[in-house]
Design a protein around this ligand. Structure first.
Ligand code: SF4
Ligand code: SF4
Ligand code: FES
Length: 260
């Protein structure tokens, strides 16, 4: 059987034990991926002990405690700490999720924290999302309409039409879905992935938009849309309970319907 190994400079090495609250009765161990390309060293997994009696309940609280009290060199993104900004997405205990919404007590044993998978790493838990955002921009996530709006009010929608865009508009672009999608892992240069496709869908079904045909034309491509094989990892991963897999299936159905 073929054996595959990471290139030598990508293999994760055992890291440093930074100590912390080793003797606290309510301590938890955290194993955190570390990588600093400036050093030229391989990535490693470092260990930290936190006294949960002195720390908030979420994984993000633990990371902030590590950074503030044990190791200021640890890098990660966060902003809102309430599941709104999407910036604290990472892989915790083997699952992509938001660190600010993930209770430490849901994890059994050491809490293993890695960056979102299959993305280039800028440093530690910070992935490079340049390609992800460029793909989002490529679906033109804005209203396109040649008809001018009514002079005395905004463009109105029926309640039914508004409900079609409700869920997809709640996407926070955290990238948990795209980075859990095997098709995206292997073809992220050409396949748009579930997050960008959910946003494409959001504008395709918007009753006020007048570029529906052009939007579908732009997705008519063997890779951009059709690399989705309905594996549905994306929907399972979404921390906002959205359903990008269903949205992609509906775009494919629209593609078929317009040929008849
Ligand atoms: S349903 Fe499509 S987008 Fe979602 S994980 Fe599967 S292949 Fe990826
Ligand atoms: S669909 Fe869900 S998982 Fe994907 S980017 Fe949006 S909020 Fe994140
Ligand atoms: S810090 Fe904003 S979603 Fe977690």
């Amino acid at each position: 059987m073929a054996q595959f190994k990471l290139p030598a400079n990508s293999r994760v090495k055992p890291g440093k034990d930074h100590g912390g609250a080793k003797d606290a009765p309510n301590k938890r161990e955290f194993q955190v991926y570390r990588y600093d390309p400036a050093t030229g060293e391989n990535p490693s997994v470092d260990q930290y002990s936190i006294d949960m009696d002195e720390c908030g309940p979420m994984v993000l609280d633990a990371l902030i405690t590590i950074k503030n009290e044990i190791d200021p060199t640890l890098s990660f993104r966060r902003s809102c700490r309430e599941g709104i900004c999407g910036s604290c997405a990472m892989n915790i205990d083997g699952t992509n999720t938001l660190a600010c919404l993930k209770p430490v007590e849901e994890v059994k044993g050491p809490v293993r924290i890695y960056p979102l998978p299959h993305m280039p790493v800028v440093r530690d838990l910070v992935p490079d999302l340049t390609n992800f955002y460029a793909q989002y921009a490529s679906v033109k996530p804005w209203l396109e309409a040649k008809t001018p709006p009514p002079p005395d009010r905004e463009r109105l929608q029926s309640k039914e039409d508004q409900e079609k865009i409700n869920d997809p508009s709640a996407c926070i672009l955290c990238a948990c879905c795209s980075t859990s999608c095997p098709s995206y892992w292997w073809n992220s240069d050409r396949y748009l992935g579930p997050a960008a496709l959910l946003q494409a869908y959001r504008w395709i079904v918007d009753s006020r938009d007048e570029s529906t045909g052009d939007r579908l034309d732009a997705l008519e491509d063997p890779f951009r849309l059709y690399r989705c094989h309905t594996i549905l990892n994306c929907t399972k991963a979404c921390p906002k309970d959205l359903n990008p897999g269903k949205a992609i299936a509906e775009i494919k159905k629209m593609m078929t319907d317009r040929q008849h």
